[in-house]
Design a protein around this ligand. Structure first.
Ligand code: F0G
Length: 451
């Protein structure tokens, strides 16, 4: 069924091919660009496969009370929007999705906006947003009969792929940049049984290498160049629209690394709009780290016509990417939705992360760029007090505990990086001090804060 319902359309030259015809590197044979999944049956009003908005909204709500494994997945609950499998019963699921949407009253007040929320994709089975995409693409890998899957990763993709491969009984190969990923993520890949290779290169080098490898060996590539990943990763857009009773928020703010996630969320909202389920798309803004900001530069310097790779440097290792594969797709999403693309400094990221922590919502440094970016958008007037804003938090705080501990110990940032932010940082730091095992010593450490 699924193979007949979808096709792949090249994002560059528009060339269309059947799903099974795609080359192992997922690049177009004519122009080298990436593909997007397309559902031809949706294209005409009254077309026989075109989803019926009212019926689907009802069905998706009903499935929330179902005990079927597929219905309990926040991805496959929306399976009418991703008919990519011949048999949905073959989907490899860890009950991903259904990530919480939290209100952020303190940050909202500080920023002078009414409605600020965090969609916490770090609350997925392996602790990052990658799980929503992995369930989709790994299910396709299994359906196509692959025994090996692989990815290059800054850590989260590899953790997610390793877990889903283990569930499906497939072998997995992980290429990570040596010494440049958080331990929490590396430990996951090892624990889930991946063959993990630390490559003496950066993320961009690992992806280049893997592209070469999949051309030579029967290994299925699971980076976000794989368009089926994006089909799964578009589903949080459906969850967000549903949570707002099909009135989309004014702004969605997403971190940008390899730029698959912003592309996927944009596709999700675009499809909802095209099918008449929502009236408009939110403004989708992408935030990068200042030391890894090739898309920001591309939009400023060439209006998104070209992208010059950069030598990426940031402690937010998840988004330490200088040559993002999906930049054209992300640029389109920003432009069509009227969003912005900007970058934030190392100090701004660390402060935003601590502020989210202080609201009881930890996240990875790469996720905190969203709050740091929102502050800038608010200061520029791009976000108004009456706007509803959703930040997409992409990873769980425990993924990179070293970063958090270093921040609170005061050893994370250099003096140069901290300049102008000392007071904010001091107000947020909570170092763990050592005390004698007496009540007097504990109370003295609290310095009268209690009572
Ligand atoms: N946030 C986190 C926590 C990530 O792990 C990533 C990407 C991003 C944001 C950026 O998302 O690449 O879709 O723009 N991590 C990838 C990985 C690259 O290998 O885990 P993107």
């Amino acid at each position: 069924m699924g193979e007949n319902l979808h096709q792949l359309r090249c994002f560059g030259c528009g060339n269309r091919i059947a799903g099974a015809e795609v080359r192992p590197d997922f690049r177009c044979a004519h122009c080298g660009e990436l593909f997007e999944v397309e559902y031809p049956g949706w294209s005409q009003r009254g077309g026989h496969d075109r989803p019926n908005p009212g019926a689907l909204k009802w069905l998706w709500r009903e499935r929330r009370s179902s005990s079927e494994a597929l219905d309990q997945s926040g991805v496959w609950r929306y399976r009418e929007m991703l008919p990519i499998l011949d048999n949905f019963g073959d989907a490899v699921s860890l009950r991903e999705g259904n990530a919480p949407l939290y209100h952020l009253p303190r940050a909202a007040k500080a920023l002078g906006i009414d409605q600020l929320y965090a969609k916490h994709q770090g609350m997925n089975p392996t602790g990052s947003f990658k799980d929503t995409g992995m369930t989709a693409a790994l299910s396709v890998a299994r359906q196509r009969g692959f025994e090996w899957v692989a990815c290059a990763s800054t850590g989260n993709t590899s953790a997610s792929m390793a877990a889903y491969a283990a569930r499906a009984g497939l072998r997995s190969l992980v290429l990570i940049p040596e010494g440049k990923i958080a331990w929490g993520k590396l430990s996951q890949a090892m624990d889930y049984g991946a063959r993990t290779l630390q490559v003496q290169s950066d993320f961009d080098g690992c992806l280049r290498l893997l592209t070469e490898i999949v051309r030579q060996a029967p290994i299925y590539l699971l980076n976000s160049v794989n368009p089926y990943r994006l089909e799964g990763q578009k589903t949080p857009a459906f969850e967000i629209a549903e949570a707002f009773d099909w009135n989309v928020p004014d702004h969605l703010i997403v971190p940008g690394g390899n730029l698959g996630n912003s592309s996927a969320l944009g596709k999700g909202f675009r499809e909802l709009r095209e099918l008449g389920m929502v009236a408009r798309m939110p403004h989708i803004s992408v935030i990068q780290a200042a030391g890894a900001n090739p898309l920001v530069r591309s939009l400023v310097q060439t209006q998104g016509a070209r992208l010059e790779p950069v030598d990426a440097q940031t402690r937010a290792t998840a988004i330490r990417i200088g040559n993002p594969a999906s930049w054209r797709k992300a640029a389109r999403v920003i432009q069509e939705s009227g969003g912005c693309c900007l970058d934030v400094t190392e100090a701004e990221i660390a402060i935003a992360k601590a502020e989210l922590g202080a609201e009881g919502l930890g996240c990875e440094p790469a996720s905190a760029v969203t709050l740091a970016g929102l502050k800038k958008l608010r200061a520029q007037g791009a976000v108004r007090p009456v706007d509803t804003v959703v930040l997409v938090l992409t990873g769980h705080t425990l993924k990179d505990a070293d970063y958090t501990i270093e921040f609170h110990r005061g050893t994370l940032l250099t003096d140069e990086e901290k300049r102008g932010h000392d007071a904010e940082i001091d107000a947020l730091r909570r170092d763990a001090v050592t005390v004698e095992a007496t009540a007097a010593a504990v109370l003295a450490a609290l310095k009268g804060e209690v009572g």
